[in-house]
Design a protein around this ligand. Sequence first.
Ligand SMILES: Cc1cc2nc3c(=O)[nH]c(=O)nc-3n(C[C@H](O)[C@H](O)[C@H](O)COP(=O)(O)OP(=O)(O)OC[C@H]3O[C@@H](n4cnc5c(N)ncnc54)[C@H](O)[C@@H]3O)c2cc1C
Ligand code: SF4
Length: 517
Amino acid sequence: MNTPSKRLILILGDQLDIEASALSDFDPAHDTLWMAEVLEESTHIPSSKQRTTVFLSAMRHFAAQLQMRGWPLRYRRIDSADNRGSLAGELAQAIATIKPDQLVMTAPGDWRVLQSLRAVAKQHDVPLEVRDDTHFFSTVREFTEHAKGRKQLRLEFFYREMRHKTGLLMSGKEPLGGQWNFDTDNRGSFGKKGPGQLPSPSRFAPDAITQEVIGWVNDTLAHHPGSVTQFGWPVTRAQALVALQEFITHRLPSFGLYQDAMWEGEVWLYHSHLSCALNLKLLNPREVLAAAEAALQSGHAPLPAVEGFVRQILGWREYVRGIYWTHMPDYVEGNAQQAHEPLPDFYWTGDTDMACLRDAITQTLQHGYAHHIQRLMVTGLYALLLGVEPKQVHQWYLGVYVDAVEWVELPNTLGMSQFADGGLMASKPYVASGKYIDRMSNHCKGCRFNPAESTGETACPFTTLYWDYLDRHADMLAKNPRMLMQLKNLNRLTPAQREAIGTQAQSLRTNKKAHQA
Ligand SMILES: Cc1cc2nc3c(=O)[nH]c(=O)nc-3n(C[C@H](O)[C@H](O)[C@H](O)COP(=O)(O)OP(=O)(O)OC[C@H]3O[C@@H](n4cnc5c(N)ncnc54)[C@H](O)[C@@H]3O)c2cc1C
Ligand code: SF4
């Protein structure tokens, strides 16, 4: 009789799903589960206190769930004296102790991690089986097929394929409501009166496990970005399900209309705040979208809101993952616009007179969260216009947000926000002057700068840098029909105005305090 093989099943910090493909044939009589907290995952780029707390706490809660089932688990805590500090080191140690015949894992979310675990397996001559991540609606192979022969990739084509494939919001072969896209209904601002009474976000008081992690983070990673005095993220599946239900009940109906809106001091608005739970795999996107579709069917939420939400998860989330895995490892080196400025220091403190940036960065450091338009059209836009080196921008985003895992963060940062992939992912750079921020928020009302001015003492740095960006990249942008209107407006400026803008933009780059009174 053959002895069943002894397998070590690897579970990473963003794979906290009892139904993960790696666990589909788990046999507690012969297999062992392996999880490791390691310092390297918080230090290879400095991870914010909020982000490290989310990962460690959610891992410990998941491990407790596995232990309750009586499943054999080798769990390595970050504070154990002999912790080797890296996933590779810990795995090597586990192989030496357990002597498995085989390693099994669900495909990780980070190219670097996959390479390092493969190298350990090879070094120890143990076969490693990497299984598809069935959490997602599409596989990387399907995306590769979709991308074949296309010079440019566009969300819209991919998204429609996904709607057909899943039948979500479909009426036979046609989109429900006769339209694929309700973006024009989904660009509201709060107007002069502001958002009024907003629904409360779902926040969860730290339990003993989370408090212990917070204590360790504050002691050991005191110098890391942000603070963890206010922590309320879901760290268990049960909490994530509550967060989902509360979003569907209280915020989904207005999600679409106010998707792009911002308001000083208001962190949560009508967004779902589910990205972290989704990326840790505490929630499955199928159950999230089924809940949204049910809200539409019951008449609780309108179609534009539900379609806007479905587009983010079925469209963008799957699309960026495909881009990441089909273009790594070269993708991270992208710098199509040859941007080499350093990231301004105030990204780590929020210490700037620019009200919009101060607000977005402050809440980011406090909560590890900012919504999409804050990331794209405030922090991302400023870095793009200033000409910051894309890799530094990428490292900031990967470090500060609780939902940051490289497969989703990198294409959003390098491709969508910095146009550093030269237009592979986005059809044009997302650029605008301070007037866009003025239209979508109340930040400019309380700012010492004026979004309508591009030169002089009170000129808005976004507006100065916007014209300067168009001027500096005019040749490249002229090849893009979607940029022609913006270039036409640039050409309305006199040579003297353009020169003054160029000089002021340069001083924003060289004078580190130019944004402060
Ligand atoms: C520069 C930049 C960096 C980003 N980094 C990350 C990141 O590290 N991790 C991350 O999950 N998202 C990232 N995003 C996408 C998006 O901003 C966040 O998913 C969203 O703000 C999370 O908040 P929420 O859960 O309230 O989202 P909602 O506004 O409620 O959206 C619903 C869900 O849709 C998904 N989603 C929405 N937009 C995107 C998108 N562009 N790409 C992928 N999924 C999307 C998320 O899962 C999100 O939870 C980034 C965007 C930009 C512009
Ligand atoms: S004036 Fe400019 S810097 Fe100030 S809040 Fe408005 S867009 Fe931001």
